[in-house]
Design a protein around this ligand. Structure first.
Ligand code: CUA
Length: 161
């Protein structure tokens, strides 16, 4: 009798585990399909050859709306192009970054901006710039990319008027 009881408990626990896994998978499926959440692997892709030729993602800074800046950046062993970015009274900066060669990492020191840059992909990150951010910020490559890795840096200048 005791054995039968234990077997019953086994089945109950197996049932609970299956129910938990099913719930988890249903939530995951709902979030990814219905809500459109994706893994970074499905980010915007691009042709590295076109990037090298400068046919896509022309590097530069432009103000697309008052206080909204779009920054196109190219990573290359061992430089950021451009390596100096200047914005005035920014509310939001939209970074679009890609690599011409290997994997790099874009990090603006002292800010939450920190992401990886892959060849063949355009990383797009938006940063809502808090009002107290002003001055010169160092940005670096934080992904080892070869001999000149430590020389791969630039500056973001935030001006307030
Ligand atoms: Cu680029 Cu390290």
């Amino acid at each position: 009798m005791a054995e039968k009881n234990e077997l019953m408990q086994e089945y109950i626990w197996i049932g609970i585990i299956i129910a938990m896994l099913t719930t988890f998978l249903v939530i995951l499926g709902y979030v990814s399909e219905a809500k459109g959440f994706d893994t970074p692997s499905s980010a915007v892709t691009c042709d590295v050859r076109q990037v090298r030729k400068g046919e896509i993602l022309t590097p530069g800074v432009k103000e697309v709306a008052p206080g909204i800046y779009e920054v196109n950046l190219k990573a290359r062993m061992w430089a950021w192009i451009p390596n100096s970015i200047e914005v005035v009274n920014p509310k939001k900066i939209i970074f679009k970054v890609t690599s011409e060669d290997v994997v790099h990492g874009f990090q603006i020191v002292g800010t939450p901006v920190n992401f990886m840059v892959f060849p063949g992909y355009i990383a797009e990150i938006q940063w809502e710039v808090p009002e107290d951010f002003e001055g010169t910020y160092l940005f670096v490559c934080n992904e080892y990319c070869g001999l000149g890795h430590d020389t791969m840096w630039g500056q973001l200048i935030i001006k307030r008027e």
